[in-house]
Design a binder for this molecule. Structure first.
Ligand code: TRP
Length: 379
């Protein structure tokens, strides 16, 4: 099969608005033109942070742009800002938390300032909810962001519609340098796309440059995000130097799989995801119905072993709760038929319910400190 033939037969699609099918991450790196995170880069990170974060060790973060560059800058005493974000389309699930976990780790280890953008405008323009509905999501999502444990003194949340006056002039500089033809080819806009959507991308680019404006000198920015957001930064990087800024560096994650079938967790089908606001009983129910890599019967499982590489329960345990050593042992036991799906589901259920109930307490506490995290209190 030649390359071009294969190209047409990809059975997955990744855009900022849609992730479908079983993603081949090695192919995605090629398609998007990003770089693989090499062991050399991991060693460099480790030299600054001590032990590697499990999400790096497990290669859940697998791709980057200019990560080596930003680490060299740091090595030369040029500190970087972190920038990440949330499109407030609904409640937050475990998949959304993954880039935030790494962001918190990086903030702690590199003592970085963090800008956290909430694109309420994007979710209004691209979805079917009213502005009022989205406003409620924004508030709920902020509780999740604060519950992650970011440093209050070093974290600022930007809500696009509320903080627009701090974003607008920079967004103009960006917008003026991006043609419709480029935006069309990067995002797939068509003649029937509403013009709000077409005009939105510069706003997601602004926080890449705000740190330089705040600090009054070119300031490197690292964006931890799921890889579907890369098209935004591709555009941003094209124009950055033209307006006197560094290109933003990025570190990209995979997607946490759906609990039900192949694909990523999705807010639009709640049974496929564990939400931070789910009650214990619901979490347990979702996990007991989860898709596994197990055999249809216990005796076949004992005879043939299971397949962790397609198992959602195994992935959740690996990326969220097991230590690397525990995960390896789980994999060996499963493959050799010495572990039944019920046991893994039980472990995941225990770990998830404990995590969610701890997280819900932190969400409650967050209610008192929301305003401390806002970019600016002026409206
Ligand atoms: N567009 C993102 C979403 O729909 C939200 C977002 C804005 C974001 N800025 C970001 C995500 C920076 C990651 C990094 O979820």
């Amino acid at each position: 099969m030649n390359e071009s033939f294969k190209e047409n037969f990809d059975d997955f699609e990744v855009t900022p608005w849609k992730v479908e099918g079983s993603v081949d991450y090695a192919r995605l790196i090629k398609k998007f033109g990003t770089q693989e995170i090499t062991n050399e880069i991991l060693e460099k990170i480790e030299s600054f942070t001590g032990e590697l974060h499990p999400l790096l060790k497990h290669k859940f973060f697998f791709s980057h742009r200019d990560l080596d560059w930003i680490l060299n800058k740091y090595d030369n005493n040029e500190k970087f800002y972190l920038y990440t974000g949330r499109g407030p389309s609904g409640m937050v699930h475990l998949g959304h938390l993954m880039p935030w976990f790494l962001t918190k780790h990086l903030q702690d280890k590199f003592d970085s300032n963090l800008l956290f953008q909430i694109t309420d405008d994007e979710k209004f323009l691209f979805g079917n909810q009213t502005l009022d509905e989205i406003k409620k999501n924004v508030y709920e999502n902020i509780l999740d962001i604060i519950a992650i444990g970011f440093k209050k003194s070093k974290t600022k949340i930007i809500i696009n519609s509320r903080h627009i006056k701090h974003l607008y002039s920079t967004s103009l500089e960006i917008a003026k340098r991006i043609t419709f033809s480029t935006a069309k080819s990067v995002f797939g806009f068509t003649n029937s796309t509403n013009i709000g959507m077409i005009g939105f991308p510069p706003l997601q680019a602004v926080p890449c440059f705000l740190p330089s404006i705040i600090e009054g000198k070119p300031t490197p920015v690292l964006i931890p995000a799921a890889i579907d957001q890369d098209p935004y930064w591709r555009l941003t990087r094209d124009i950055a130097e033209k307006i006197g800024f560094y290109k933003p560096a990025q570190i990209h994650s995979k997607f946490l799989p759906s609990l039900q079938t192949i694909g990523k967790m999705s807010s639009s089908s709640p049974e496929t995801a564990i939400f931070t606001t789910d009650e214990t009983k619901i979490v347990e129910e979702k996990i007991s119905n989860a898709f596994t890599g197990g055999q249809p019967t216990i005796s076949l499982q004992k005879k043939l072993g299971g397949n962790p590489s397609v198992c959602s329960v195994f992935s959740y345990l690996k990326y969220l709760f097991d230590t690397p050593a525990e995960s390896n042992e789980r994999e060996l036991k499963c493959r050799s038929g010495n572990l039944l799906c019920g046991e893994c589901k039980h472990d995941l259920s225990d770990d998830s319910t404990a995590f969610i109930s701890m997280f819900q307490k932190r969400r409650e506490k967050a209610k008192d400190i929301v305003s401390d995290f806002m970019y600016s209190e002026e409206s």
